[in-house]
Design a protein around this ligand. Structure first.
Ligand SMILES: Cc1ncc(COP(=O)(O)O)c(C=O)c1O
Length: 522
């Protein structure tokens, strides 16, 4: 059944979504200053701190120590009842919870990583085994510090991989916003060329509302926003922009307001945009939405539009931080440099001996491919990056990626490290019937749902090339990166309805006994 949609010359006609355009004008924001905020180090001598700080830290240590001693005494005096599990005063939890770790260290549950380290140092000094403290307590204190539940939504200093240390500027901090590492698994696509293996990196599983590739960029961009003292975020994109939705959620997590400029058609620009897909999430988390028409977007430009909103917010006394289309500036590029570190770690730790000859990914604003390609090149991962662009054209993206690489002083030509192929088809966010059928058939064959705007078009382009040039791909091991975007699929329900599975009214034969009151639902 699948073979039908990968003929040698696939027609490019079919269903189109006329509410979308293919005009993306993206301002290159080159290597800005990333707001290096040094001097908050944890090694600051206590003698230089103010009396308030000393008082607070002593108090913190005392609090932690008091909890520890009580918990320890209760633990020693506990009755030996198997499976009895009480939090307090019956001893320690079997598995350290975030609350318990906070109590042990005397910090708030959402404390940033620096505070946790500092608190750990002080509580450890108060109970050091060398000074007569308990070894058992010391192990609990260490466990509390290492509790990974503290990592999520925490800001921590960023240390680049050694192979990327020559890039500049290097971000000073990173916020943990996604669930990483994302899994890699074999993807059993049908009709692959001989001995070709395809693996899937599930960046669509990097979170729920915050899912997809944008999270990796936002980890750096929002750390910069916070370092610069911003109180709100401004960004821009299409009406179903995954980037805008992810930014709205991430901003809310960090207690920042979010202002979105969304591009829609002229006939819809004065109407309520509704609640479909990404819009529902954006509106639920309270993002402010300004609509602009495609014509306004094309003639004014995304940079000027965000500047306009920024000026307005400044005049109202706000401190806005502007993120460009798709989060694709040089700082955001670090997100996928980090992803290369993650992939290398996964390959090292994995039980299988596998290396990837190729990395295949969708390209919409350029940041993902810039990060992947410079990372793969610098780290000697040795994978060739193939980008399938879903808007504009390959020439545009070679130039755009070059701007991002130059902004990091990478000293390499984009043309030498990435192959960019055209997968735009009918236009940005427009789909042919074949593309939507492909999305459905991949879902039915493998259980993986591709979004039709990005990864759907990239996978379709890759499979078409495999069908047309099987020799080029034979025997290769390919890592396809699924960059998310599932919520955008909800905007396609009408077009996709005709290709999805059927339904029927259940047939319950009249001989099946019926009884009044059986199966009561309320
Ligand atoms: C789901 C999804 N995949 C891929 C991309 C492309 O990534 P990039 O904008 O970094 O090129 C985007 C955004 O443009 C996206 O939303």
């Amino acid at each position: 059944m699948l073979r039908r949609i990968w003929p040698r010359n696939m027609p490019q006609k079919g269903i189109s979504d006329l509410s979308k355009d293919n005009t993306e004008d993206i301002g290159i924001a080159r290597g800005s200053d990333y707001g290096v905020d040094v001097g908050q180090g944890i090694d600051q001598p206590v003698a230089e701190a103010s009396p308030i700080v000393v008082g607070a830290t002593v108090g913190t240590a005392a609090l932690g120590a008091r909890y520890l001693i009580r918990a320890w005494e209760a633990f020693k005096a506990r009755p030996i009842v198997p499976h009895a599990r009480r939090f307090y005063p019956g001893g320690f939890e079997q598995v350290m919870t975030r609350r318990e770790a906070a109590l042990i260290l005397g910090v708030r549950e959402h404390a940033v990583i620096e505070k946790i380290r500092e608190a750990h140092r002080r509580v450890m000094v108060a109970n050091h085994p060398d000074a007569g403290g308990s070894h058992y307590l010391a192990s609990k204190i260490n466990e509390a510090k290492d509790d990974p539940t503290f990592e999520f939504l925490a800001k921590k200093p960023y240390v680049p991989p050694s192979w990327a240390a020559q890039l500049s500027p290097v971000p000073s901090h990173i916020f943990s916003l996604g669930h990483f590492p994302t899994p890699i698994h074999e993807w059993n696509l049908p009709n692959l060329p001989k001995n070709t293996e395809v693996y899937l990196k599930r960046d669509d599983l990097s979170g729920m509302q915050l899912s997809g590739n944008k999270v990796r960029k936002l980890e750096f961009l929002l750390a910069d926003a916070v370092a610069q003292g911003a109180d709100c975020i401004v960004t821009i994109g299409g009406i179903q922009s995954n980037h805008c939705r992810a930014t709205a959620v991430a901003a809310r997590y960090l207690n920042l307001d979010c202002y979105l400029i969304l591009r829609t058609s002229k006939v819809l620009v004065d109407k309520d945009p509704g609640l479909t897909g990404n819009l529902l999430v954006e509106r639920l988390v309270g993002a402010h939405i300004d609509l602009v028409s495609k014509e306004e977007y094309a003639s004014v430009g995304s940079v000027a539009l965000t500047d306009l909103l920024k000026e307005k917010l400044l005049s109202e006394g706000r401190k806005p931080y502007v993120i460009p289309v798709g989060g694709s500036n040089s700082l955001g590029t670090w997100g996928y440099i980090e992803a290369i570190r993650e992939i290398k770690n996964q390959l090292q730790k994995g039980s299988r001996e596998v290396t990837f000859d190729d990395i295949v990914v969708a390209c919409g604003s350029g940041g993902t491919i810039a990060g992947l390609s410079v990372g793969s090149w610098l780290s000697n991962l040795g994978s060739k990056v193939h980008a399938y662009c879903v808007c504009d054209d390959p020439e545009y993206f070679y130039e755009y990626a070059q701007g991002l690489l130059d902004g990091l002083q990478a000293g390499v030509s984009s043309r030498d490290i990435v192959d960019i192929h055209n997968a735009k088809g009918l236009g940005y966010a427009m789909n042919t019937a074949e593309e939507l059928t492909f999305v459905k058939e991949i879902a039915q064959a493998t259980g993986v749902i591709l979004d039709p705007v990005y990864s759907g078009k990239a996978a379709y382009g890759m499979m078409r090339d495999m069908a047309e040039n099987p020799r080029r791909w034979e025997g290769r091991k390919i890592l396809f990166i699924h960059t998310g975007g599932l919520l955008g699929l909800f905007d396609k329900t009408e077009q996709i309805a005709s290709v999805v599975g059927n339904w029927r009214r259940m047939d319950i034969h009249e001989s099946v006994p019926r009884k009044e009151g059986t199966g009561k639902m309320f």
